[in-house]
Design a protein. Structure first.
Length: 489
């Protein structure tokens, strides 16, 4: 992609990017059709010696937790390539190459079964995202890209220290070997905290979320989509892959802290979103609030088991968090792409500058209404499924936590519907809005694919849950190992 002839052969570059994206989708279909949902074991493993002196291997594998995220990554990359077909005219080859590189590194994180390999992919994905914001971003792109890089890079430093310590103790860097080793409580707490900083920055959790609104605001549309749909999921994936199964005692001891931080994200950041007048920053803060639901679902499992003794409710909470990861990718990604369509024509982010867009862009307005309803959590859309699973699972365990979490249904409706009304049904007070052109061509294809994902998950979540179930059961066994509440089961 980087060597396809520059600006004179952009069509060639676009076709290559589209071909690679479609090939990856086909590869995902083969993985899905050959994946065994009945087992929690890692499948399609590759294990080659990489650095024998230190016992570091090129070890890859897929389970029910990682497979949906791999499919999501390839699907989102296809959408980004299609969305850039007409919208991106500057350094097209390099732009598309950055996102294909991001796809490779993100998938590398999801399939790595060696801790050092995981860390390499984890850090490598920062480079294309940093460049995409810094080159194709808005006016303050340099500030936003540097802030993004500093937060995420230094947040991962302690994670590497934890990997090295665990590798020395277990004499292996295999993540599966980490699962089989029993660290004492003190070790687990320090390892948990090291992971927490790295993963909390990536989610992002309050108070280390401040890089995200700037990164989203200044990033190009494709960069915002990848940030919301993929990179935020890496932090939650880290909690599932490392914190819960490797440090179950520490997760149990500190779960209330994580629940409080999640509730702050849901309530406080939701209130901040209401105060926004910049459309892109509103969607960015909305992402932080909705990701708070993901971390709430993950760490509620200990309170659920302790207070109810019901293993099934813990299943529902974890699976609800995982469904929310995927549904948020479609909802937030769709809204960022929708904003990109408006921004490419109007070059403003202020909600007050819009009004009556539905009169000039009726097809676009219909799609954006569906995306907004998913963001609100309307039944039948993907945004409803994960949230209701988490609320139902937590209700018996703690009414007050559920009540606070449920405020997102009110807050998200408040800021999303207000934004939609102002942008699409306000008064047209300038000629530029009247001259907006409705979506067509590849934009229509992108929105149809997004709408299909939102409705498919909303109407048939069983497709995701079938992949999750066996792996979530194994994760629960590891997460409750040695934990006092396990005796209540």
């Amino acid at each position: 992609m980087l060597f396809t002839g520059g600006e004179s052969r952009v069509t060639y570059s676009r076709c290559i990017a589209l071909g690679v994206s479609l090939l990856c989708i086909f590869w995902c279909m083969l993985l899905y059709m050959n994946f065994d949902n009945s087992t929690s074991a890692m499948q399609f493993q590759e294990n080659l010696t990489w650095i024998p002196l230190y016992g570091i291997n090129y070890h890859l594998g897929i389970d029910g937790i990682s497979l949906p995220l791999i499919i999501l990554t390839c699907y989102v990359t296809l959408l980004v390539v299609l969305a850039a077909w007409r919208a991106v005219q500057y350094k097209v080859s390099q732009y598309l190459a950055m996102f294909l590189l991001m796809q490779g590194t993100v998938i590398g994180v999801f399939v790595s079964l060696d801790a050092i390999l995981f860390y390499v992919f984890w850090e490598a994905m920062l480079i294309p995202m940093y460049l995409s914001i810094g080159i194709w971003g808005a006016e303050k792109r340099s500030y936003a890209s540097i802030k993004f890089f500093i937060f995420t890079f230094f947040g991962s430093a302690l994670m590497l220290v934890a990997f090295l310590y665990m590798g020395i103790q277990t004499k292996s860097f295999s993540i599966l070997e980490f699962y089989n080793y029993s660290f004492n409580e003190t070790e687990q707490i320090f390892i948990f905290l090291a992971f927490l900083l790295a993963f909390a920055v990536k989610v992002p959790m309050w108070p280390v979320h401040t890089w995200l609104p700037d990164a989203h605001t200044e990033a190009p549309a494709g960069g915002s989509v990848v940030l919301a749909a993929l990179m935020l999921k890496l932090g939650a994936y880290g909690f599932l892959r490392f914190n819960l199964p490797i440090t179950p005692l520490a997760s149990y001891k500190l779960d209330e802290v994580l629940i409080i931080l999640s509730l702050i994200a849901i309530v406080y950041i939701g209130l901040i979103a209401i105060a926004q007048r910049d459309m892109k920053r509103l969607i960015a803060y909305s992402s932080v609030a909705h990701m708070g639901f993901v971390t709430l679902g993950i760490f509620m499992l200990y309170i659920i088991v302790q207070n109810t003794g019901d293993y099934r409710e813990a299943y529902m909470s974890l699976e609800g968090g995982m469904v929310q990861m995927v549904s948020h990718a479609f909802g937030a990604g769709a809204m960022f792409l929708g904003f990109g369509v408006l921004y490419n024509q109007y070059k403003t982010r202020l909600i007050s500058n819009f009004g009556g867009v539905a009169k000039t862009m009726p097809v676009f307005a219909a799609f954006f209404m569906l995306f907004s309803m998913s963001n609100v959590g309307l039944p039948g859309t993907s945004g409803f499924v994960g949230e209701v699973m988490i609320l139902l699972a937590s209700f018996k365990a703690n009414f007050w936590i559920t009540a606070l979490a449920a405020t997102t249904l009110i807050l998200s409706a408040a800021y999303t519907l207000w934004m939609f009304r102002q942008v699409f049904y306000g008064n047209i007070d300038n000629a530029q809005v009247s001259e907006l052109v409705d979506v067509h061509g590849t934009d229509i294809c992108v929105f149809i694919l997004l709408a299909a994902g939102i409705l498919f998950i909303g109407l048939y979540p069983e497709a995701l849950l079938n992949m999750y179930h066996a792996s979530v059961g194994h994760l629960l066994d590891l997460s409750l190992r040695g934990v006092p509440v396990a005796s209540n089961l």
